[in-house]
Every structure is written in C-alpha cells, then in structure tokens.
Design a protein around this ligand. Structure first.
Ligand code: SF4
Length: 344
C-alpha cells in the first residue's frame, strides 16, 4: 500500500501541481536552494496567497543568500512588515549571513543547525532543493495523514505517530515532488472543512473516507481560551509628522518600527506610558489583534505635541507616508483608525 500511495499521488501531482513562484514544475530539476529556503521560511506561519507577493519582492531585491546577508536589519524588518511572527525575519537574516559565510548544508541534519530552521523546514529544504528523502510534515500533510490512517489520537500528542505514518508512505525517489504533492493535496483536495474525496487519488486507501466522516480527522484536543492583555497606543503628532519608535530588539515585535505603546497589562492601562508630555485624550476606539499566546486589545490615545524633544529610538514620520513605514499589522491597523478618527 505505501508504494501505491506514493505512485498515485505523484501521478496526480504531475497533472495537478500548483504553479508557485518558488517551485520547479513536477519532474524538473530543483529550483535554486535560496528560493526554496526563503519560501519555506515565509510559509512557516503564513498562507501561500499572502506569502507570494513578499516572495516576489524579496527575490527581486535580494536574489541570493549573499545579497540578503548584506541587507541592513532595519531595511529587512520593514520589508517583512505585515508577514507577522517577526522572529522569523531576524532568523532569516542571521541564517543568510551564516550561509553567505559558510555555505548551505545539503542534508536535513546540517540544515537543522541554522538559525530559524526547525525540523519541518530542514526536511522541506532537503527534499525540495536537494532531492533528499525526508519526511516533510506541515499542517496540510498532518491532516492528510491523519485522515488516510483514521488516527483517533488527538493532536498534538498524535504528532509522532503522524510522522511515522508519513515516513511509511514517503518514497525514496522524487522526494521533493512527493512532499509538495502532499502539501497540494492537503490544500486543494483534502481541505480542512469539506474534503473533496471524490476527486482524491488516494480515496481507495483512505480509512477516514471509508469510515464516512473524514473531516473528523485530525482529532484535536479542546483549546484553552487565550488570555487577553490590554494596552494603549499613542499617536503623538507634531505638525505633519507622527512619532514612531523602534521596539526593543527582544520581545514581542522586537526590532520593528511601531507607534509608541504603554505597558501590556491585565486591565486597560489608560494613559500610562505616554511617550511625551502632551494633552493626551483617549479616542474611545480600540484595536484588537490575536498573537500566538494572547489576544491584545489596545485603546488609542492622541495628542498634538509642541515640544521639540524626541524620545530615544524615536523618529518623526510624515503622516501622509505612514503606509510606507513598514509597521507590523497591529500598528498598521491602529494607524488606519487614527487616520479615520483624527481626520473626521
Ligand atoms: Fe482526504 Fe478524502 Fe482523500 Fe481521504 S479520500 S485523503 S479524506 S480527500
């Protein structure tokens, strides 16, 4: 059965592979490892449709490890803005610099030692860029495997078994195509909500389909509600410019340009932490954003600033060009609300 699954899936992939900017067509030589690595890092927590325009911009501006390694930290962080999970951007740069100095390992084990490359990314790059047999399990693959084998054990405890089952169906040849075929099947056919089993090349071997309720897999443990934190974002305007700050390198959205904020707290902190003295007023608007470990709810406060001081790590940015500041999503959202309320 495992050999049949690989053969059926590769046959399906030859006719149905998605065309993606970082990919080689089925059966063709692997693309530049730089492009494979960059796409896999971008796709770690981001959907294909959101990552693709970033990928095009990055490869046009920095076409190789050497070019990316020479980028300024701030320049790279601004280009990454909007993709989220900013530790990825810092690791991306650290990894590019290490590869530019020492070369890119071509094995899964060698790749794992690089900044920002965990088990999944190492396996994906080894398989897709270097044709090495590797077991590549992302969320799509996890879902396909859990359904194929009707795994009753809930995630995340089931991960080792899913990996073992994925290993059992991974072929020695065309490792990169097989990995991408599994991802494509999960994204186009074996979808989370309504799997299109009648179009699936693996239907005859699928225990989830045979049981009549494939969408019940993977079984998930009930999630605990995320804690909620509160904060305030400050819009300090002097003339036609607004105060932006560089967030501390470590911590949430580290190193990113942002609107000043007060402390994150368990209840709304009001005007605590305003960046400069001023006639601050709360606007009665809030911006909400979901981070991995907590939900953030921020009040918005604004003031016109007359004094000529600038806080450490601050800069005055033209309000009309706020969209080019490279603000992370939560601050870009807030800037739009400020723009709407203050211009009304
Ligand atoms: Fe997924 Fe259905 Fe195919 Fe099974 S038959 S792998 S549930 S799409």
């Amino acid at each position: 059965m495992p050999d049949n699954i690989a053969a059926l899936l590769l046959h399906w992939y030859d006719a149905n592979a998605r065309t993606l900017p970082w990919r080689a067509p089925p059966g063709e030589p692997a693309p530049d490892p730089y492009r494979v690595w960059l796409s896999e890092v971008m796709l770690q927590q981001t959907q294909v449709a959101s990552a693709a325009p970033y990928f095009e911009r990055f490869t046009a501006r920095w076409p190789s490890f050497a070019a990316l390694a020479a980028a300024e930290d701030a320049e790279l962080m601004a280009a990454w803005a909007g993709l989220g999970y900013y530790a990825r951007a810092r690791n991306l740069l650290a990894c590019a610099r290490e590869v530019a100095a020492n070369g890119l390992p071509d094995t899964e084990a060698g790749l794992r030692g690089l900044p920002g490359i965990g088990g999944y990314t190492a396996a994906a790059v080894a398989a897709i860029a270097f044709g090495r047999r590797a077991v590549v399990v992302d969320a799509n693959v996890e879902r396909v495997v859990a359904r194929l084998f009707a795994l009753a054990e809930p995630l995340p405890a089931a991960k080792p078994r899913i990996h073992a089952f994925a290993d059992s169906i991974t072929p020695d040849a065309r490792a990169g195509d097989f990995a991408q075929a599994m991802m494509d099947l999960g994204s186009m056919v074996c979808t989370a909500r309504a799997p299109r089993c009648l179009l699936c090349p693996l239907r005859a071997y699928c225990a989830g389909f045979a049981g009549g309720a494939p969408e019940a897999f993977p079984v998930k443990k009930a999630k605990a509600a995320k804690p909620r934190r509160y904060g305030t974002m400050f819009w300090a305007q002097r003339g036609d410019a607004v105060l932006l700050v560089r967030r501390p390198a470590r911590g949430l959205l580290g190193g990113m340009r942002a609107l000043p904020t007060g402390p994150w707290a368990d209840s709304p902190p009001g005007l605590a932490g305003a960046p400069l003295a001023g006639d601050w007023r709360l606007l009665g608007e809030t911006v909400r954003h979901g981070f991995t470990h907590f939900g953030l709810e921020c009040a918005l406060a604004a003031a016109r600033i007359a004094a000529h001081e600038t806080p450490a790590d601050g800069e005055w940015w033209p309000v009309a060009e706020i969209e080019s500041a490279g603000l992370p999503t939560v601050f870009a959202k807030a800037a739009r609300v400020f723009g709407r309320v203050l211009c009304a």
